[in-house]
Write a protein that binds this ligand. Structure first.
Ligand code: SAM
Length: 245
């Protein structure tokens, strides 16, 4: 690859990803703040603002790769605690941290936690009003499968939103960002989580992920309509939106 990393197969990739999040689950929220300089909070808030969860009871959202619950908590609060969120993640350690946080915040009735793979969702067709995934799809070995599953479980009229690291659109910022991710992030990983290698792998996965246009094309291919995106922080992150019409 461009950065001298070897290619890994789907099974091996999932194994590496699982190892990272299993190790870091307890410190995941702290890591996010350190590695993004707190920016992930602004991006996540922007995602929930764009979704604009309705305040009526009965609204159901599926948050895939939901980890420790960050997106779900925001959506439920934005719905005036009326909505219901299902947080799905392949990693039980991340979900465990999320469940504890939900209890503490008094949100246990609004949120359930499901251990499963984004490529094979254990839900019936047309089950949800919205599907969200934040900093998760990049980790899924077969992105096309995850997108097809997103389309399948949404109700007609349902909304798809995906927040992910993307291609920096500003000269100079891209160089600074590259230096930050390839040097600082693995070092922070070493200091806080005791290991740098898994973070090198995650940074590489950002470099490999399709840019804004190409990812929009993949979302369209899965069946979604009115696919658009917004860049955040010069394209360090992008938020893609689509509708199942
Ligand atoms: N959405 C949360 C957030 O924004 O804070 C967590 C994002 S975290 C960077 C990525 C998550 O994706 C991890 O919790 C990991 O376990 C999960 N994940 C990785 N591969 C997955 C898969 N195939 N299906 C479901 N979740 C997966």
């Amino acid at each position: 690859t461009a950065y001298g990393f070897r290619e890994v197969g789907a099974g091996e990739k999932q194994g590496l990803v699982n190892e990272v999040f299993h190790k870091v689950a307890g410190r995941y929220d702290l890591m996010n703040d350190l590695m993004s300089g707190g920016l992930h909070r602004l991006w996540k808030d922007a995602m929930v603002t764009w979704l604009n969860p309705p305040k009526q009871p009965g609204w159901r959202v599926l948050d895939v790769a939901g980890g420790t619950g960050d997106i779900a908590f925001r959506m439920i609060e934005a719905s005036g605690r009326n909505g219901h969120a299902t947080v799905l993640d392949i990693n039980g350690s991340m979900l465990g941290v999320g469940e504890e946080r939900a209890q503490k915040r008094g949100l246990a009735d609004n949120i359930d936690f499901v251990e499963a793979n984004a490529e094979e969702l254990p839900f019936e067709d047309r089950s949800f009003d919205a599907y969200t995934i934040a900093f998760g799809i990049r980790n899924v070995p077969r992105i096309e499968k995850a997108l097809e599953e997103a389309y399948r479980v949404l109700k007609p009229g349902g909304r798809f939103l995906c927040l992910e690291f993307s291609e920096v659109q500003m000269p100079l910022l891209d160089k600074a960002y590259e230096a930050w991710s390839f040097n600082a992030i693995p070092r922070i990983g070493e200091m806080v989580a005791g290991e740098g290698e898994p973070y090198r792998y995650l940074v590489e996965s950002i470099a490999r992920f399709p840019n804004q246009q190409n990812f929009a094309a993949m979302i369209r291919k899965a069946g979604f309509d009115r696919v658009t995106w917004r860049d955040y922080s010069g394209g360090i992150a992008a938020l893609h939106s689509g509708w199942k019409l």
